[in-house]
Design a protein around this ligand. Structure first.
Ligand code: CP3
Length: 343
């Protein structure tokens, strides 16, 4: 039998001398080869829906750096688009979508089983990657968690405080709950298809979980994530799941256990010794280097990377950033980071 891949060993709870490593947004604008392929595709969305080119940009950071994990190149906003929302990206600004402000906007969306024609190219990308990745690299599929996806669908763009989504949640609780349910159900089918196409791990990005407080966190960050994981586990019991309720603060405690995730990804704000005591006791932790260090580099990058490895070495750990690598990062700093981690 082939030796189990390093990333899968950590996800199974093994404690390794050197943690597996990959970076959020590892395929992206900081790499000149990514910018060239995106130009060849035309724009970001055309790149997402071109399986050959999307597989190519997914493989670029693997060739350059030899990461242990390879995350599918796509976006969390492809689900809203597959459900019938308009989606476009404004260069230098970010995503724009048609908005959801009342029940009649919901009525225009498609059903959870109507997404696959639109998303077929994404499944094709996963199939290509399952073939073409090096045999010791783990293929990670992903989706946005329902709350985070809903914040974009409601506001029609990224918002600093997710105010439009909070307003709809309070003013029109039934419309809001129906939207969360639809995204939850579509996400289950989407991730099911990614796994069938060859994804070995899936990650749920709840980038705006931190803006949900108290009971709302339980209802809209915990519950939908728990429902997705429990359904995926019933269909694919052996596929590990990473949850990322970004900026959840104290709510990180017990989150992985509660939702049934195999690994908890943590953001930059989380203190490592606190995470060891309160989070790693439940299993694998992924994180949490500050992405700014990928821009500034130097000894600070190396010593901070070593400090994080040292802090988490008593339990299962996957090395990653606390959020995505930014376009102004220096590609050479990734080599320096890997040297610091792998020696
Ligand atoms: O390498 C990888 O990480 C895989 C691909 C990936 C992308 N987006 C590609 C992308 C993943 C996993 C995502 C997740 C994603 N997308 C999240 C959750 C993680 C997070 O960052 O909090 C969110 C909130 C989105 C939505 C989104 N997509 C925004 C807000 C933006 C604009 C901001 C930005 O960083 O540009 C995007 C665009 C996007 N998604 C790019 C990439 C490589 C840049 C687009 C470009 O090339 O012009």
């Amino acid at each position: 039998m082939a030796k189990k891949k390093k990333l899968l060993r950590s996800l199974a709870g093994e404690v390794l001398d050197v943690p597996p490593v990959w970076l959020m947004r590892q395929a992206g604008r900081y790499l000149p080869e990514y910018r060239a392929t995106r130009a060849q595709a035309g724009d970001f969305l055309s790149l997402c829906f071109n399986p050959e080119l999307a597989a190519e940009v997914t493989l670029q950071p693997i060739r350059r750096y030899g990461f242990d994990g390879s995350i599918l190149f796509a976006d969390i906003l492809l689900i809203p688009q597959a459900l019938g929302a308009d989606l476009w990206f404004v260069t230098g600004e970010g995503p724009r979508l048609s908005t959801i402000t009342e029940a009649s906007d919901m009525a225009r969306l498609k059903g959870k089983d109507d997404i696959h024609d639109h998303l077929a190219p994404i499944y094709e990308t996963v199939k290509i990657l399952a073939q073409d990745l090096p045999k010791d690299t783990t293929l990670i599929g992903f989706a946005g968690a329902p709350w985070t996806v809903a914040t974009y669908m409601i506001a029609g763009r990224g918002t600093p405080d997710q105010a439009p989504a909070h307003r709809l949640r309070e003013a029109e609780p039934e419309t809001f709950a129906a939207l969360i349910d639809l995204i939850t159900e579509a996400t289950i089918e989407y991730l099911d298809m990614q796994v069938k196409a060859g994804a070995e791990v899936v990650k749920l990005f709840d980038s705006w979980a931190g803006s949900l407080k108290g009971d709302a966190f339980d209802r809209f960050a915990v519950a939908p994530t728990k429902r997705i994981i429990s359904e995926l586990k019933s269909r694919h019991p052996d596929v590990p799941i990473i949850a990322f309720p970004r900026e959840a603060g104290d709510k990180y405690i017990g989150f992985a256990r509660e939702v049934g995730a195999d690994c908890l990804a943590i953001d930059t704000s989380v203190d490592t010794s606190w995470a060891v005591q309160n989070l790693q006791v439940d299993g694998c932790v992924q994180g949490n280097l500050d992405p700014k260090l990928m821009v500034t580099g130097g000894d600070a990058l190396k010593s901070e990377a070593r400090r994080i490895c040292e802090a988490f070495k008593g339990g299962p750990h996957i090395f990653n950033l606390g959020h995505g690598i930014t376009p102004d990062a220096d590609p050479e700093n990734v080599h320096h980071l890997l040297e610091a981690i792998r020696g």
